[in-house]
Design a protein around this ligand. Structure first.
Ligand SMILES: [Zn+2]
Length: 467
C-alpha cells in the first residue's frame, strides 16, 4: 500500500514537472531552438539558423540533440530565419508534427524559406540541396497553421497556449504556455516599441518562468524621438552633397519601416523628392505580405491608408525587381537613395552598390540595423578605411552614419522594464539569444536591480521547472 502511495506521489510530481532544454540560441543572438517537455508532449519553440559572418554557420548541419520524429508541435515566434531557417532540416529528418505561429508569420514563412533555400540549396558539398528542397518547404507549409494573438489553443488536456504581441516584426509573438495554472513565457525577439508601424509589445504581468532574449542586454539605444530627425538630416546632407545614400537593410520589417518613414518625410516635405530605389526582390515580396495583414499594424499606420493612398508607396519610389533594373541604378544621376539587402553587407544586391559607392566621399552609407561581429557591415560601422566585400578590396571614403533608434530589439533598459512589470510573480528567468557578455550583463542587472533569479544557460543545458 505504502509503495503504491509512493508511486502515486511520484506520478503526481512527474506530472507537474516541466523541462526546458536549451538546444540553440545560447551564447549567440541567433539559432533559437528550445525544447519544452510538458504534459507528455515534446514541443519546440523556434528552429532557427545560427548566423554570423555567413547566412548559416556550419554548426547548423550538426545533428539536432533530439529526434525530430518525436516532436509533437513546433511553435514559431516570428518570421526571421534565425527563428525558422532550420525547419527544412527538421522536415528532412522526419518531423511531421504540427507547426503553429501567428497568421502573418505563416504568410512571411514561405518567402523567407524560399529565399534561404535559394542561397543554401546551392551548396551540394554539404548536401544542403537535399535539405533546402522545394519538397521539404512544401511539407513544412502543409503542417503549418496560423492563429491570431490570444486565440487560446488547447494543445493537451492541461496545456493551453497563447501568442502575445511581441512588437518586433509583423506578426511577431511571445509564446505563453499555461500548465497547472503556471505560465511559462518564451519572448522570441522583443520589439523596440514604439515602432513606426507596429503596435507596442504587450505588457505581461503574470509569467512564472521566462525565457527571454538579450540582443541588446548591455546597451541602450539613442532616443527614438531622434531617429526620424536623424534620418531626415542624413538624407538632406547627402542631397546637398549630390551623393548616393545607400541603406543596407534587412528585408523583413526594417525595409518596410524605412519605406513608411520615407513616405512620411516626403509627404510632409521634410525631404526633397528624389529617386528612391527599393532594390531587393525579397523585401518587395515581403512588403506584399504587410499589405495583406494591415490589421496587424498600429493605428497610426492604418490611418495612412485611404482611398487612393496605399501603404509603402509614394512619389519617387521605384521597386527594382529585376536584376537588369538594379544594374541601371548606377546610371541614374545623383542625388538618390538605394535601399538593398543584405542588412550586414554579407551578400545580396547591396554589395554591388557598396563596391560602387563606398570609395566616393560624397556618398553616404546609413546603417540602421544590428551588425554581427566579423561582417563587412560591422567593419564599415567601426570606421575602417578599407573592407573586403565578397572578396574584393574596397576603400571607404563615404560618410558612415549609424542610427540605432530603428533597432527592432528592446535595449537594456527596455528589457529591464519589460521584466519589471512581472517582478512580483516571476520565479526564474533564463537569459538567451544574446552575445555572452550581453546576456551576462542583463542577468546581473535583473539580479541587482530587481532582485530576481536570472540565469544564462549554456548550450545543451536542461532545467526542470515546478509547475
Ligand atoms: Zn527577430
Amino acid at each position: 500500500m505504502k509503495m503504491l502511495y509512493n508511486i502515486l506521489v511520484m506520478e503526481k510530481i512527474a506530472e507537474k514537472t516541466v523541462q526546458i532544454t536549451f538546444c540553440g540560441g545560447t551564447g549567440s543572438v541567433t539559432g533559437a531552438n528550445f525544447l519544452l517537455e510538458v504534459d507528455g508532449k515534446k514541443i519546440l519553440v523556434d528552429c532557427g539558423l545560427t548566423q554570423g559572418v555567413k547566412l548559416a554557420d556550419d554548426v547548423n548541419w550538426e545533428p539536432f540533440p533530439y529526434d525530430p520524429k518525436t516532436i509533437d508541435i513546433l511553435f514559431i515566434t516570428h518570421g526571421h530565419v534565425d527563428h525558422l531557417g532550420r525547419i527544412p532540416k527538421l522536415i528532412k529528418e522526419g518531423f511531421r508534427g504540427k507547426i503553429y505561429s501567428t497568421e502573418p508569420t505563416l504568410g512571411l514563412a514561405l518567402p523567407m524559406l524560399e529565399d534561404t533555400a535559394e542561397i543554401l540549396g546551392k551548396n551540394t558539398d554539404l548536401g544542403l540541396d537535399k535539405i533546402y528542397s522545394e519538397e521539404n518547404i512544401k511539407i513544412a507549409l502543409s503542417l503549418w497553421q496560423g492563429f491570431k494573438y490570444h486565440e487560446n489553443l488547447k494543445i493537451t488536456e492541461n496545456v493551453t497556449v497563447n501568442f502575445l504581441n511581441a512588437g518586433h516584426i509583423l506578426g511577431s509573438a511571445m509564446v505563453e504556455f499555461v500548465y497547472n495554472g503556471k505560465k511559462i513565457l518564451f519572448t522570441g525577439d522583443l520589439g523596440n516599441s514604439p515602432s513606426p508601424i507596429l503596435p507596442d509589445t504587450e505588457i505581461v504581468t503574470n509569467a512564472d518562468y521566462l525565457v527571454m532574449e538579450s540582443v541588446y542586454g548591455d546597451r541602450n539605444h539613442e532616443s527614438r524621438d531622434d531617429r526620424r530627425r536623424l534620418l531626415a538630416e542624413t538624407i538632406q546632407d547627402n542631397h546637398r552633397r549630390k551623393g548616393t545614400l545607400v541603406i543596407p537593410t534587412f528585408s523583413l520589417e526594417r525595409s518596410q519601416e524605412l519605406l513608411f518613414e520615407l513616405d512620411g518625410l516626403v509627404t510632409n516635405d521634410r525631404i526633397p523628392v528624389m529617386p528612391i530605389f527599393f532594390d531587393s526582390p525579397l523585401a518587395i515580396r515581403l512588403t506584399e505580405v504587410f499589405k495583406q495583414y494591415t490589421n496587424y499594424l498600429n493605428e497610426n499606420a492604418q490611418k495612412m491608408i485611404s482611398p487612393g493612398k496605399y501603404l509603402f508607396d509614394f512619389p519617387g519610389l521605384h521597386n527594382t525587381l529585376k536584376s537588369e533594373e538594379s544594374k541601371m541604378i548606377g546610371n541614374v544621376p545623383n542625388p538618390k537613395i538605394v535601399i538593398a539587402g543584405s542588412g550586414m553587407s554579407t551578400g545580396g544586391r547591396v554589395v554591388h552598390h557598396e563596391k560602387h559607392y563606398l570609395p566616393d566621399p560624397n556618398n553616404t552609407i546609413l546603417l540602421t540595423g544590428y551588425q554581427s561581429i566579423g561582417t563587412p557591415g560591422r567593419l564599415i560601422q567601426e570606421g575602417l578605411k578599407m573592407v573586403y566585400i565578397t572578396g574584393d578590396e574596397v576603400a571607404i571614403r563615404a560618410h558612415i552614419v549609424t542610427i540605432s533608434g530603428y533597432s527592432g530589439h528592446k535595449d537594456s533598459d527596455g528589457l529591464l522594464n519589460f521584466v519589471e512589470a512581472m517582478q512580483d510573480k516571476v520565479k526564474k528567468i533564463f537569459v538567451v539569444m544574446g552575445e555572452p557578455k550581453s546576456s551576462m550583463f542583463l542577468a546581473q542587472k535583473l539580479k541587482d536591480n530587481l532582485g530576481l533569479e536570472a540565469y544564462v544557460p549554456n548550450h545543451g543545458d536542461s532545467v526542470s521547472l515546478v509547475c
